[in-house]
Design a protein around this ligand. Sequence first.
Ligand code: ZN
Length: 306
Amino acid sequence: MNFLVDFVEKSDAFEQLDKLKLFLFAARIKPATFVALKITPKNIGDKFHFEKHLKEKNIVFKVDKPKSYEEIVKIRKNRIVWAIKGTWYGYDLFRNKAYQNLFKKYVSYVKKGKKDKADLTAGRLYGYPSCCVKNYIKENDFDWVKKNYSYYEYYKKLHDVERKFPFIVHTACSAKCSASKKLNTQYRNIIKKMSPKFYKEFTKKKSFKSDFIVEGENNLLTEIGQTPLWIEKDGHEYNLIAAKKFNNHYYLFSHLTKDKVYAHGSLLSGKAEMQYNHADIKINKLKKIIPNILHIRQFKVLGRKY
Ligand SMILES: [Zn+2]
């Protein structure tokens, strides 16, 4: 019996992708990982339990200071209301002290603004294929990105690799990446064996009908001036908020279209088809446009800065 795996399987403190990362780390596939542990009044004991299992396995770890996180709790007309749901702790786990030292090096590169060195180090820490790390570094250069992808091609690639390789947690260099394909199969087999319960949940197809609110459109922002990278666009990647709860949550989705144009605040009827960590949104029709969409919130989304 692996008590850590058993605990992670049952706990509500981790998002699915973090569970996946923890299993791959516990299988000694990944030398290091970072996960968020979310605590609400319903699972107050989980932090203590998690750390107990880490110590039992002699896992080297470092935990960040707690931060609050918010979720959408109510949508009424044009008002999207967020509220603090709980506290989250960031955990860095390492196979041994040597990897913890490598992580310290990574942080120092980030702090010094040595982006390429930082990304190469992160690739070693988290077990990413070198072709994907190299491509990631290239894509840090927005001029390169703009030369090599149209708006639609860029976002299409992100959706394609996510759909194609659901068991990997890095951004694959392309949907044809053979290293990612190999890892995806390897990880799938490991997860299936290690936690059949999680495997079943993760691979299960779920769908629900709902209205969706068009809330903004994605674009990369240039470092200088924070202006959108693509001015002329050959597609649209919208952020959609499901207006109805599913599994007790209001879900946020990204939705890519080649030729459909929706105004901010459009209310669309449709269906979300979810599997793994990905969702395809099938739009049925435009119902109306909600004017002056308003977010009522206090904090920014989950994230971390060094
Ligand atoms: Zn690759």
